[in-house]
Design a protein around this ligand. Sequence first.
Ligand SMILES: [Zn+2]
Ligand SMILES: [Zn+2]
Length: 353
Amino acid sequence: MADEELEKDLYKNWVRGAKGLEYLQEGLQKFVGGKVQHCRNQSLQKIINGLPTGSARQCNHCTSQNLLPEHAKQKNACNRSTCIEQFPNNCFGSKPNGRRKCPNGICSKLYDEIVLDHSSRDPLWKNTDPSSWGSDRLGWSFAKCFQTTTGPGISASLTDAAGLLSILINNLTMQNWLACNDMSSKVTCPFNRARDIRNAILHSSKLELDNPTLSYYLDTFMTVLQDAKCLLHCDGSKQAVDKLLQLKKQQINIRQEDETKLIQNRKEALSELEERTAEGLREIDDRTATAISTFKKDVDNRTNTALSEIEQTKATAKLNVIEEKRSALSDIEEAKRGAEKDFKDNTKAALSE
Ligand SMILES: [Zn+2]
Ligand SMILES: [Zn+2]
């Protein structure tokens, strides 16, 4: 009986953890939504300011299929030495056929801006629609480039905690509004830790959490929402912290609809995990392909160098032989002339004797 009670408590703790994730999402959405709009507008404005007067200020002709990035070349596919992305194979410029620069001078430049504003220069292109980068009122199709997994969300309020955290972690401009100054650290950065915790909760096979773990999880969520620079002063995050404190203080009674919703969240997170595994495998394939082609190029280069060295040696050797032959011949000529002279001299001497 006691075991059963404990199991129930551990399960209830898991539900509290999953519920905590919802509060974290609520506490972040307004802040992230506002900053995303600001970042998108700022990047777009910078590009538009550089256009000749009278130019169109918006473009909806560019898509994932036809857009060529500003840094890319139509004739030469992007590669390690020409691409600004961490994985050139992911770049639109790696398959330049059928692509062209934005006819309005906007989207190709915005593409490059997004890459340069990504902390690891690895935006998630398959999650976004370039034709709405400028027109989408909330800027969310721009924001999605900074997520790490694809998601259906079309706004901050419809994006889960992991998606919002990823945008904060991956977008360099966003980091200006955060006190945390090492977003890449899994140890010191609470945003990074919270994202890992989200995965630990939703990807766990056992729906159980012990008390110390749950406390640590909820404390981390509160640390995120109390980031000293801006979040600490936002109403949305203050309310979420209050809810998290309540959740930490007392055990809960789980309502049926809550339970159904949290299990659904977990199901979605698990399907995203499968997608990530597939994505990881694809990335490994891409990287292997790049490594093989780099290796082959290197071998080709070295073979070419070696061959040209051999040719050079052969030519030099040939010259040497010719030179030696010439000097040998001239030696023979000389010897012949010497011998002829000696013969003549001897004959002369014999005749005169
Ligand atoms: Zn490229
Ligand atoms: Zn365009």
